[in-house]
Design a protein around this ligand. Structure first.
Ligand code: SUG
Length: 450
């Protein structure tokens, strides 16, 4: 059976804003309190999805979360009507309110780790939502993420859904942002490459000093066990702590892989030569590594431009397309390097540039916005087809954004009860467009008390 890689992008939610919530993510910190434009953000994301669909790739949409997250605010002791929950949170704990309003679920590379059926012991596609424990605003995503994934990949003959790992730092898990699958063919058993930032149970091991390492080795190992992966087809590597301290908060800010190609910075991993050798051996010596030297692109340029937060897409002729954000074009060192790369005989032969500035200003590039799910023909036919990008879904979602989204949000707007009403009205309509059922807490009142 043939298999293909599908990309499921997160639809940007109506409360997209810049709250400076992510210590260690330079763009998030730099843009704190800037005005955001949720309508433009959603449209920039939809443009990328449509362009990939038009190029013949399988493209899906993952619904955003319900924000403001009133259920979490109630869990934290705010009471009364929804409007008074918002008003007292704004007055007593504005940072908590901001965290409960983040549209951060748009970065679906952090939604889950996905293992295709060719890799798993039971022959199903496995999903583990990421617990995202390192950041409070992200740690409140996983239960609804799990429901959205179940509604998108509902057929239990093909899809196996797990709970997130325990929500403590020992098992900090950031999903596919730190996970890459290599293969010679999407339908064949591949090599799953897990990258961690530190050890959860051994503090004597190397770790960053300035910024947090969000993912532990123990989290990676737990996911490999849960997904039924064979030891011989898994490679673990530690991120270079020095690059985490320069703002590389996820591995996908410094490395990206697809098929039999790894595209990374020369300082991405600890003991990089050994990591390269392990991957090459696991791939039976049929593997290509494009390692970018610091003399051409510094770590700082990589973090500023998001060169490695790109999508590597296999074209039918076997060549590879690199989807990059506009920031790469504007960075002279990165742009010169890319011109050199595409005219060399390396397998990356084409660049496609997107304006994703609204997401980029919070540290989310093209690769952050997508969750990859490799599926065979039967699985491709079994996922919820209402979430599959098409000309008509693109038109419907653009009209939906026009109808419901604001074109400016500032921190003071987050407590506006009207924003909550607008957001819930939009999401209620979206669950009908995508036929997801009742995935949101406000749609499950009586079942969920926060
Ligand atoms: O978790 N930013 C996200 C960006 C995630 C990018 N994802 C990947 N690299 N895969 C984060 O740091 C910022 C929100 C704010 O500050 O308002 C934020 O959550």
């Amino acid at each position: 059976m043939t298999a293909r890689e599908a990309n499921f992008d997160g639809l940007v939610g109506p409360t997209h804003n810049y709250a400076g919530l992510s210590f260690g993510n330079v763009a998030s910190e730099q843009h704190q309190a800037a005005a955001s434009n949720p309508k433009l953000a959603a449209k920039q994301g939809l443009q990328k999805m449509k362009a990939l669909h038009d190029m013949g790739f399988v493209q899906g949409v993952l619904a955003p979360q319900e924000r403001p997250d009133i259920a979490t605010l109630r869990r934290l002791g705010f009471t009364g009507s929804d409007a008074s929950v918002l008003a007292s949170a704004a007055e007593q704990a504005p940072r908590i309110l901001a965290a409960c309003c983040s549209a951060s679920s748009m970065w679906t590379a952090n939604a889950a780790t996905v293992s295709p059926s060719a890799d798993t012991a039971d022959g199903k596609v496995h999903f583990t939502p990421a617990n995202l424990t390192n950041k409070f605003h992200r740690s409140i995503e996983h239960s609804v993420t799990g429901r959205i994934l179940q509604a998108t990949f509902a057929d239990n003959q093909h899809f196996q859904h797990h709970h997130a790992l325990p929500g403590v730092e020992h098992f900090g898990d950031e999903g596919a942002a730190n996970h890459t699958r290599f293969c010679h063919d999407y339908g064949q058993k591949g090599i799953e490459f897990f990258v961690f930032g530190r050890y959860g149970f051994d503090m004597s091991k190397p770790a960053p000093q300035k910024y947090p390492a969000r993912q532990t080795l123990e989290a990676c190992q737990a996911i490999a066990r849960k997904h039924g992966l064979s030891d011989s087809h898994v490679v673990y590597a530690q991120q270079n702590p020095a690059v985490i301290d320069q703002g590389v908060f996820h591995n996908d800010v410094i490395a990206v892989g697809n098929g039999k190609l790894l595209f990374c910075h020369e300082e991405a991993f600890l003991n990089q030569a050994d990591v390269n050798a392990q991957l090459t051996a696991a791939m039976n010596n049929d593997f290509e590594i494009i390692e970018v030297p610091a003399s051409k692109v510094s770590v700082q340029d990589a973090v500023q431009s998001y060169l490695f937060n790109s999508q590597l897409l296999s074209k039918p002729d076997g060549s590879t397309l690199l989807v990059i954000p506009e920031e790469c074009e504007k960075n002279p060192a990165v742009w010169n390097y890319l011109q050199e790369l595409v005219s060399s005989d390396a397998s990356i032969s084409e660049l496609k540039v997107f304006d994703l500035k609204q997401s980029m200003s919070n540290g989310g590039g093209p690769a952050c916005l997508r969750l990859r799910v490799a599926m065979n023909d039967a699985e491709l036919a079994a996922f919820n087809q209402n979430t599959r990008m098409s000309d008509s879904l693109f038109t419907t979602l653009n009209a939906w954004v026009d109808k419901h989204y604001r074109d400016q949000l500032l921190e003071k707007d987050l407590a506006d009860p009207q924003l909550l009403t607008e957001s819930r009205t939009a999401l209620d309509e979206l669950t009908q467009i995508l036929q997801l059922g009742s995935v949101y807490p406000f749609q499950r009142e009586g079942r969920c008390h926060g």
